[in-house]
Design a protein around this ligand. Structure first.
Ligand code: ATP
Ligand code: MG
Length: 325
């Protein structure tokens, strides 16, 4: 039905740190399909940002080791040169981060930054690029795009800055938008607007969106499919309904339980998952969740594969027998 836009196989990102090698992303397989919103969820430190940056080489460096396959547009981005990656990032795969204030240049007007993105990849005049920038600011729902274009980042609200970032991302009509916690710094109303904007983009331009978040409410609202990340690996993957309504991995079950229900009693205790996440340095052999899991058996000493144990496209990496789920 839907074609695969980005095919990720055995993808790994490791950082050389004092004390050893930190395996932040530890063998991820994922397919991003055309026009879908794929949410990646997981606790802080599970490797979501290392993954999203690694896909387009944004965290390359002397202490970073990236391996595996990220098949996109007929090439493996892991092996692409820096120049090729820059080309891909501006034109085909846009990346939007949580902290728009840090990502925008404080010395340049918002419109100039959007126009610059346009001119980097399209042979148009300054005036035409500025016009396109204003149109993009309009597209992302900024009420007075002409005056926002002339504003400096600090003169704009957090929600406006995030929209400017998204406008920059969209400057060249990318096939893929990677949004790493794009709404975390925003208040709830603005959050909802930014999410609605992502939805509209997906619908109108058939953009594939990788949405990184630790907010399951956001996932419930916009995701088509969900991948749950734990200690650098995907431990469960499926449609939004499969993962949110019929979670199978004990970690996903715990994550969902730790979300306060809007209709729950006011003094409801959050069922925090006991223990804390391991880093890629102190990770044991076998299932990384085993030390925190109530169902651990000897079988957990081996790293469980991500398999369609529930049938269909719903995958999970847990050897727990059916009778205990
Ligand atoms: N440049 C780096 N150098 C060394 N370690 C890093 C680097 N970037 C990330 N890490 C480590 O890699 C692991 C994964 O980090 P990452 O930022 O991907 O987590 P995350 O899931 O995005 O968390 P959060 O929800 O807090 O954003 C963490 O242990 C982190 O400390
Ligand atoms: Mg992160």
């Amino acid at each position: 039905m839907s074609s695969t836009v980005m095919r990720i196989r055995d993808f790994r990102v490791a950082f050389d740190v004092p004390g050893g090698r930190l395996r932040a992303v530890d063998g991820v397989d994922l397919d991003l399909r055309r026009g879908e919103i794929l949410a990646i969820v997981g606790e802080s430190g599970s490797g979501k940002s290392a993954l999203s940056m690694g896909l387009v080489g944004l965290n390359r460096g002397p202490r970073t080791r990236i391996s595996g396959t990220v098949e996109f547009g007929g090439r493996n981005l892991v092996e692409a040169s820096e120049a090729q990656l820059r080309e891909v990032r501006g034109r085909d795969v846009a990346v939007v981060f949580q902290d728009a204030l840090a990502a925008l240049n404080p010395l340049h007007r918002a419109g100039a930054q959007v126009a610059e993105m346009v001119r980097l990849h399209q042979p148009v005049s300054r005036a035409a690029a500025w016009e396109r920038a204003e149109r993009l600011l309009d597209d992302v729902g900024i009420a007075s795009p002409a005056s926002a274009a002339r504003a400096y980042p600090h003169q704009l609200s957090g929600g406006m800055r995030q929209r400017v970032m998204i406008a920059m991302g969209l400057a060249n009509d990318p096939a893929v938008l990677i949004a790493d916690e794009p709404t975390t710094a925003l208040d709830v109303t603005i959050q909802a607007q930014v999410l609605a904007l992502l939805k509209a983009l997906q619908a109108e331009h058939d953009t594939s969106i990788v949405l990184i978040t630790h907010d399951l409410g956001v996932v419930a609202e916009v995701a088509d499919r969900v991948a749950v990340m734990y200690a650098g690996r995907i431990v469960e993957q499926g449609t939004r309904e499969e993962v949110l309504e019929r979670p199978r991995h004990p970690y996903t079950v715990g994550l969902l339980r730790s979300v306060p229900r809007i209709d729950g009693p006011l003094d409801e205790q959050l069922a925090a998952i006991p223990g804390s996440p391991l880093t890629g340095l102190d990770r044991p052999d076998g299932c990384a969740f085993a030390p925190r899991c109530t169902f651990t058996t000897e079988a957990c000493a081996e790293v469980p594969e991500l398999l369609p144990r529930a049938g269909g496209g719903h995958l999970d990496a847990c050897v727990l027998p059916e009778s205990l789920r």
